[in-house]
Design a protein around this ligand. Structure first.
Ligand code: PEP
Length: 249
């Protein structure tokens, strides 16, 4: 039985004060929630405030990105060791907005995954097709390529903490959600790629989240799919009541 992970991706929203306000309202709403794991990923500057606010609670804190080197002359970047030092346990890697706006390639995603796993963080590796790829019938090819390259030269032992998020890019922030069936089919394909890379047993335990306009109104139907092991939530995670409603779907 795979325990679901419900994760918030706050993107470039909120200040430290707003982060504290969120947790003040959110934590009491989910304090008795044991069925799923809960994760919030704020921007770098909000990580200390989030870690402090969530201390002793059932909510883990993660980052939205990291660099793959341990340290060095990489202005503006943050390493896995730095994330661990401020109390992060998770990190999102290869989000489509990183790929689309910051030139993140499949190889970079692979470097970051290796570094995150090596450091002991739980990486959430994002994959997903853009609208043109889906319309051209290329979804399966794109997902296969992204998985193959992301998982390259990582052993099943090293990959133990890996989580994957299927995020069809046409569904992110657009209000268009994949149907539970469409998401489920993509998850099956991703699980198949994980089986090729890491073996059947590993693939059977791998958690694959769905992301793309998850809202309180559609979370239940998506989470009812056996293939969907949680959600990565953007816009609807910014409001404590709305994110709590998704957690409690
Ligand atoms: C995301 O940023 O990963 C995401 C899925 O965003 P939204 O829920 O707003 O579509």
């Amino acid at each position: 039985m795979r325990k679901k992970l419900i994760a918030a991706n706050w993107k470039m929203f909120k200040t430290p004060d707003e982060t504290r306000d969120f947790f003040r309202e959110f934590l009491p709403l989910v304090s008795d929630h044991e069925r799923d794991e809960i994760l919030v990923c704020p921007s770098f500057v909000n990580l200390p405030a989030a870690v402090e606010a969530a201390k002793g609670s059932n909510v883990a804190i993660g980052a939205q990105d990291m660099h793959w080197e341990k340290q060095g002359a990489f202005t503006g970047e943050t390493s896995a060791g730095m994330l661990l030092a401020v109390g992060c346990t998770h990190v999102i890697v290869g989000h489509s907005e990183r790929r689309q706006y910051f030139g993140e390639t499949d190889d970079i995603v692979n470097f970051k995954l290796k570094a995150a796993l090596e450091a002991g963080l739980t990486p959430i590796a994002c994959v997903g097709e853009v609208l043109e790829e889906r319309e051209a019938g290329l979804t399966e090819d794109v997902l296969r390529r992204q998985c193959l390259r992301a998982f390259h030269a990582i052993s099943a032992k090293k990959a133990a903490k890996l989580v994957v998020a299927y995020e069809p890019v046409w569904a992110i922030g657009t209000g268009k959600t994949a149907t539970p069936q469409l998401a489920s089919d993509a998850h099956l394909l991703i699980r198949g790629e994980a089986a090729k890379a890491f073996g059947e047993e590993f693939a059977g335990q791998l958690r694959i989240l769905y992301g793309g306009s998850v809202k309180p109104e559609n979370a239940k139907a998506l989470m009812a799919e056996a293939e969907i092991d949680g959600a990565l939530v953007g816009g609807a995670s910014l409001d404590p009541k709305s994110f709590a409603a998704i957690v409690k779907y």
